[in-house]
Design a protein around this ligand. Structure first.
Ligand SMILES: [Fe+2]
Length: 256
């Protein structure tokens, strides 16, 4: 377990509140059935995403070495990702408390679950699994501007831990960008939010015009309440990823 153990120890040494949630991903323990579920999830999503995902997502997918036929080995993903943007896909035991989550983002370590949904919940899981986390999130972390934005977001939120109202507003910024963000590219709406990337039903509904798409506006986003368990009635489209990085800095000024 030499490499995995030293990776875990190194990550633990860089973190404080998040350290107890770090685990090793025992990749060899995934079963053929689990690899088959991963393959089915990925091959179901890719045709739509090749047409409707932003180009940074599609580039990132290849840059971090994701495969259609096998679950990702997070050590290998991080080995490809880290030289590009300094980010790692770091295995954690499950849902993290807010302070641990923000500490990891600020350290460019994306908290990544290692469990995989079963066949009876192919479309939706209430808690994120490795498909949502790696297929949905991690390819975007290979993009330098998005990478900088997400680290800065973590730092801002870590500094707001004593301010629940400000954190709630920052949570909306995360929701309408990282989780459900849209971007205009080549005159079309493209998806980059992990909730859309990883959900065939919700993505199809949004692309078919089933939700209102507004131009990204920081004030509107900070004030827009949302329900995690329902289809989204309104989403926001940015013009570039610089826009969400700048919006995070602006939110920091206003809320800090
Ligand atoms: Fe997510």
């Amino acid at each position: 377990m030499g490499i995995a153990a030293s990776t875990l120890t190194l990550a633990q040494s860089k973190l404080h509140v998040a350290a107890p949630y770090l685990i090793e991903q025992t990749w060899a323990d995934y079963t053929p059935e689990q690899h088959a579920i991963w393959a089915e999830l990925v091959t179901r999503r890719l045709p739509q995403l090749r047409e409707h995902a932003c180009r940074e997502y599609l580039d990132g997918f290849h840059q971090i070495g994701l495969r259609e036929d096998k679950l990702p080995n997070l050590t290998e993903v991080s080995a490809l990702l880290q030289p590009r943007t300094g980010w790692q896909s770091t295995p954690v035991s499950g849902f993290l408390p807010a302070d641990a989550f923000f500490e990891m983002l600020a350290a460019r370590m994306f908290p990544t679950t290692t469990w995989l949904r079963s066949r009876d919940s192919m479309e939706y899981t209430p808690e994120p699994d490795i498909f949502h986390d790696v297929f949905g999130h991690v390819p975007m972390h290979a993009h330098p501007v998005f990478a900088n934005f997400l680290e800065h977001y973590g730092k801002v939120c870590a500094g707001l831990m004593a301010r629940p109202e400000a954190l709630e507003r920052m949570g909306r910024l995360f929701w309408f960008t990282v989780e459900f963000g849209l971007i205009r590219q080549d005159g079309e709406i493209k998806v980059y939010g992990s909730g859309l990337i990883s959900s065939h039903g919700e993505c199809t509904r949004v692309l078919a015009g089933g939700c209102e798409v507004k131009d990204f506006d920081l004030d509107a986003v900070l004030n827009q309440k949302f329900q995690t368990s329902e289809m989204q009635p309104v989403l926001y489209a940015v013009e570039s990823f610089d826009q969400i990085y700048e919006a995070t800095k602006e939110a920091e000024k206003r809320l800090g």
